[in-house]
Design a protein around this ligand. Structure first.
Ligand code: CP3
Length: 335
């Protein structure tokens, strides 16, 4: 999940001087921000970028309006707009992200793995069609149900761009990639299978051949976990609404899982946050293939001390769970 961001004072200090997009487009600054959370002792770095970055070179520019989140300047409402979207090569228009990966890997020098990422087509389409964030997804679903040909054309273009983009990130040096389908939990299983799954499959079945672990994440996905697993991913991300043990049994123990501490637990007193972390570890029961993580992105006002306490707690206590588990040897996520 997100590691950089407004909860870290050193990030806020950089943001006073630069916009979010400037940080993303300057590989040295993106590298600096990517490395900031490592002082907490986390086990991986996540590339500093944003899921929306491919939209600009595709022909759908956006802005981050203060306090409002992303705003798409010309939301997609007509078929001609979909036809005009460009299926770009990542080097054309997203070369700066690939450069960031190379810079970060040089600086990391093998200390921890680097996670690259992209937004999944449903989540990206929802921003394009709604013009920004939404609670109801009414315009998105209006297109999905009312103009399925246009919907599938839009999803196909996004999927091809995302497939190429994740491939390029791996080729540039990403050790792991994560696909964020943050808002896909808005769909029923039948709608997911009809309107989303073939497109996600197009991306993941290709990216899974590259020899790096692939994480497939969404929120509100309790009824979608099996369908998401079938679409692809060596690791399935779980949010906190689904108890981890239940989510893992749905996904199957031949897959790894990631999750799933509720990010708002980090606002609780330290002892309470540790108790919740312990519960997540207990649910994983020391099985091989659990990546401890938040169940969604970290919130801006989160106290850094509590994040540090949870990182330390997990490092101190996960060996205990590991030795208690009767299972076989620890396998890598993609074996
Ligand atoms: O370390 C990291 O933070 C990793 C880089 C990262 C960012 N965005 C940078 C960012 C990652 C992995 C993302 C993913 C992302 N971006 C998602 C999927 C993950 C999720 O949380 O579900 C989504 C939906 C977006 C789109 C987006 N970008 C939103 C909705 C916002 C919030 C806007 C707001 O003002 O609340 C952003 C902004 C953004 N992207 C921030 C960061 C660190 C916020 C910090 C800032 O404004 O400086």
């Amino acid at each position: 999940m997100r590691q950089a961001g407004r909860y870290m004072p050193e990030y806020r200090a950089l943001r006073e001087k630069h916009t979010l997009i400037e940080l993303c487009k300057n590989s040295e600054l993106a590298c600096e921000v990517t490395l900031q959370p490592l002082r907490l002792g986390v086990d991986a770095a996540i590339l500093f970028a944003d899921i929306l970055l491919p939209l600009e070179p595709m022909g759908a520019p956006f802005e981050f309006a203060k306090g409002e989140g992303p705003v798409i300047l010309e939301p997609i409402a007509r078929v001609e707009q979909i036809e005009a979207l460009r299926v770009i090569e990542p080097e054309d228009g997203l070369g700066y992200v690939l450069q960031s990966i190379r810079t970060i890997q040089r600086e990391l020098a093998g200390r921890v793995p680097l996670i690259g990422f992209a937004g999944a087509p449903f989540t990206l389409a929802s921003y394009l069609v709604e013009g920004g964030g939404t609670k109801q997804f009414a315009k998105t679903k209006k297109m999905m149900y009312g103009a399925p040909d246009a919907w599938h054309a839009l999803m196909a273009k996004l999927s091809e761009v995302v497939r190429r983009y994740l491939r390029a990130q791996v080729e540039a040096g990403a050790d792991v990639v994560q696909l964020f389908d943050s808002w896909v939990g808005q769909l029923s299983p039948a709608d997911y299978q009809e309107y989303v799954q073939p497109h996600v499959r197009h991306i993941l079945q290709d990216v899974m051949t590259l020899g790096v672990p692939v994480i497939h994440f969404g929120t509100g996905t309790h009824t979608l976990l099996e369908s998401m697993r079938d679409a692809g991913g060596h690791v399935i991300g779980l949010d906190w609404r689904t108890p981890l043990a239940e989510g893992w049994s749905k996904v199957g123990y031949d897959h790894a899982v990631q999750g799933n501490l509720d990010p708002t637990v980090l606002f609780a007193p330290r002892k309470v946050a540790e108790l919740h972390a312990e519960r997540v570890l207990a649910e994983a029961a020391g099985r091989p293939g659990h990546i401890f993580n938040l169940g969604h992105g970290i919130l801006p006002e989160t106290p850094v001390d509590t994040v540090q306490a949870v990182v330390d707690y997990v490092h101190e206590h996960s060996p205990r769970f590991r030795t208690e588990h009767a299972g076989g040897p620890v396998k890598s996520a993609h074996s």
